[in-house]
Design a protein around this ligand. Sequence first.
Ligand code: NAD
Length: 370
Amino acid sequence: MTSIGVGLIGTGYMGKCHALAWNGVGPVFGTGRRPRLVHLAEASADLAARRAAEFGFERATGDWREVVDDPEVEVVSITTPNALHAEMALAALAAGKHVWCEKPMATTLVDAERMVAAARAAGRVAVLGYNYIQNPLIRHIGRLLAEGAIGAVSHVRFEMDEDFMADPEAPFGWKSEAASGYGALDDFGVHPLSLMHVLFGGVVRVMAQLAKPYPDRPLPEGGRRAVETFDIASVLMELRNGATGIMALNRAARGRKNRLAMQVFGSRGAIAYDQERMNEFQFFTASGDAADQGFRTVLSAPAHPPYDRFVPAPGHGLGFNDLKLIECHELLEAIAGRPAHIIDFAAGLGIERAVHAMARSHSEASWSYV
Ligand code: NAD
């Protein structure tokens, strides 16, 4: 067994999620290479030192470039706000590191293209944080669709709703700054788009409308600041497989906590899934006596790999952080040169193109091609 040196930049919500994944991936998957948590960076040296002690990293710094330049670091997790992803990923790749970067890839298409070119030039693995594609049930749904279990798919509906920005008095944060991107599109939309990428090959044209539920938000230091991003998006889509689709996104959806919901309608059946109930999906097939037909609920189980790596018993359930751990394992597979279920920078560029096409469609009030 050998080790692989890990660097982490950013230790907020996703930073902790990556740290948990790096800590757990060895025991859960029995990986040949065991992560060694070498170097962690935060915006200040104090916070970095505190988080390094909590997460189990050997070294801490207030300057992220020290992580990227550390010769003992082989792979860098980037979990900072969106506007910093491109600069950090480009520096890590230039230093010869593998990269695991949170979504969205970048805030401009030009930066995303530069990231793809840099990963190619460096010959390193560069993976995006699209954890929802890792749910064992989503993988199973992918197999069902590929086997034609619901026939030809003609229509899909995706929603992503959370309520963390539903309060008009919630303080102004980086997610309301134009520097973070468009808003719901690149914060939320990329997740359903990641599912569309693995299940249907992505989207070809879109018609979008973006909206701001609140014009301004209070600043922590007093006063108010105009909101620069769109918390709501409504999108019509045409998918690569010919199906039509609808995607609705709302970061200000009262009552919704992590509703990443999907309905897939086919000629012989339908599938429905909601991340708020991530350990089950609904499956309908138009077979047998019409009087007995209806959706049935399938619970996650060891029959849906890699659920079996976590729990030997069906119906006991995985959690959000487990998806990141599965993603971490896929990243290690890719680094080892084995086939991996990932969305790398090259594939992620398609998702970025779809996001920018949606923004273009909104400003031009017309259909946009991806
Ligand atoms: P966060 O605000 O909780 O954490 C960001 C951290 O980065 C903070 O601790 C901040 O101090 C640190 N940071 C800022 N500037 C830094 C710098 N120059 N050097 C080092 N550290 C710095 O944000 P978050 O919710 O963890 O989001 C981070 C990223 O993860 C975003 O791009 C977001 O879109 C993504 N995200 C992904 C998922 C998912 O499901 N994959 C979920 C949430 C967030």
